[in-house]
Structure formats: C-alpha cells, structure tokens
Design a protein around this ligand. Structure first.
Ligand code: Q0Z
Length: 286
C-alpha cells in the first residue's frame, strides 16, 4: 500500500494512516491466548472480526455515532475517521469473571461498585456495571473507579460515556442471548470528533474485545468455556505449555475447529452467510 503510513500495531491488528482524517484498521489472522500471540494463524479470523464489528457499528448508530467509513474488498480492512481517543478503556460487565472476579473476591467491589455477597464465579450480575480501566502500554489494563475515570476525561463526559457504554452492552447482550451467545463483558474505545462529539471507535462486540460464552453450556460456579478459543486453550493445556513466549504451533484439526467456531459466531450473530460476506463485505451493513 504505497500511500499508507503504518501508525500502530496491536497484538493481532495494525493501523495505517490514509490521510490526516482517515485511518485503515487491518485485522490479521493472528490469535493470542494467555496473552501470547501463537505462531499459527486461524484463517479468516481477521475477516470474521472485521465483519462482526462492522455489523455492530451499523446496528448501534441510534445509540452513538461511530468511526466506520467503509469496508475494503479484502474483508479485513476498515476505513475509519481519525479521532482524539479518550484515555480510558470503557468496560461493561454483565457477568462476574476475569479481573472483576479477582477484585470481587479481594474486596467485594469492582471499580467502586459494591456487589451482592455470595456471588459465584461467572454469575450474571443483577445489573450490568461500567468498570473503566486505564490503557496500559504493556501488560494488563488496570481497573479504576469512576472517580478516577472522571479525572481523566471530565465528570460530564464520563456521565455520557457510562450511559452510552451501558446502552450499547444491553442492546448487544440481548441480541446475542437470543442467538445462543452470552456476551459476558466487553471493552469499547471511544473518541471525540472535530466538534468534540463522542464517537464509538476501534472494534465492537468481537470475540477479541468481549467474552463470548455458549449459552447452552453456561454453568456458574467456575470459569466458562470460550465460544471461540476453547479448542486452542485445551490444546495449549494438553501439551503442558508454560504460557510464556513462544507459544506452541497448533495442529491442523485445532485450527479447523477454531476457524469453524469463529465463522459460526459470525453467522449466528449477523444472520449473513460467511461466503456472502466474503463476496461483498458491505452486506453486513444492510
Ligand atoms: C485505535 C489499536 C489497532 C493497534 C488508536 N478511529 C480512531 N482514531 C484514532 N485512533 C484510533 C482509532 Cl480506531 C486508535 N487504537 C487501538 C487498534 C492496532 C491499536 F488496530 N489505537
């Protein structure tokens, strides 16, 4: 791409600048587990995530405007508006898991939300909660209270961010639940446009930015199977990998089963056949 300047790398994605106002987000087929990017790719994973994100952007415009300008024919590249990103990660949790579960066990609270006593790991919360975190350059994001988040973005902006984040989560979680997928929690990135209006950015309700659990296997009282990565995790555990770099190569059957889970999530949620999406990526916007 001669006219594009690489501006940032994520673990599994890249960003390029198209001009002063526009960015290109490219989702690779790389997969990470236990925070390590594995040497084996999952074919089409980046296309599944690009299509899902675009689908949700198209369906949540009534809640908040978003950065999406268009999808490229490769089905893995998104043209988007360049924003001034807010310096907080906007997390919403409908279920108590991950760092939320750790914080709850230690203090009975998550990001200043006092939760009922006696919750079991992975249990559904009485109401979804907004649990912001700071963007760590390396390592894990750190959970912060709403007061700390207000210092970073301003009190009035935080009220708007929390309202939008909770409304987005409620909308998508209800939609997914009706299709057999629990959206346990999710992380958004929001930015401001040239008029200081709040805009949803990055990726939304993908299996990389959210925890997807198969609803038919939901059993609180312990960790849940992952809709997309469970075969990868099980294989990595079976070979006794110590979860440090480099991770193991994945065998062909694990790759094929994992690819099938990503495509299944795409088709269940969007109602669009994955082949139709590859033939014309913008079908997910209709
Ligand atoms: C998103 C990230 C990725 C590495 C910056 N519309 C936007 N305007 C300004 N900045 C961003 C966006 Cl999406 C932006 N990230 C996260 C994405 C690779 C980091 F693909 N960083």
């Amino acid at each position: 791409m001669p006219d594009t300047v690489h501006v940032a790398s994520g673990k599994v994605r890249e960003i390029y600048a198209l001009d002063d106002e526009r960015l290109l987000l490219v989702a690779s087929d790389r997969i990470s587990t236990f925070d390590v990017v594995l040497p084996t790719e999952i074919p089409d994973k980046g296309r599944v995530l690009t299509g899902l994100s675009a689908f949700w952007f198209a369906r949540t415009k009534h809640i908040v405007p978003n950065h999406l300008l268009g999808l490229r024919d490769d089905a893995r590249s998104t043209e988007c508006r360049r924003l001034a990103m807010l310096p907080v990660e906007c997390v919403v949790r409908g279920y108590i898991t991950g760092s939320g579960w750790k914080d709850y066990l230690a203090s009975g609270e998550v990001c200043g939300h006092r939760l009922p006593e006696g919750l079991r790991e992975s249990e559904r919360l009485p109401e979804p909660i907004f649990t912001p975190s700071t963007k760590a350059q390396t390592g894990h994001d750190e959970n912060i209270t709403r007061e700390q988040a207000a210092e970073l973005v301003g009190a009035d902006r935080l009220v708007e961010v929390e309202r939008v984040a909770l409304e987005l989560y409620r909308f998508a979680a209800a939609y997914a639940e009706a299709r057999g997928i629990i959206l346990a929690d999710t992380k958004f990135e929001l930015g401001l446009d040239e008029d200081s209006c709040l805009v949803l950015a990055d990726e939304v309700f993908t299996p990389d930015s959210s925890r997807f659990w198969p609803a038919d296997a939901f059993a609180p009282g312990g960790p849940q199977a992952s809709f997309d990565k469970q075969y990868v995790r099980d294989y990595c555990e079976s070979v006794g990998w110590d979860k440090t770099y480099p991770g193991p190569e994945l065998p062909d059957d694990v790759v094929a089963e994992t690819r099938a889970k990503y495509v299944e999530a795409f088709q269940r949620l969007t109602g669009v056949s994955f082949d139709d999406f590859l033939a014309d990526p913008e079908v997910v916007l209709q």
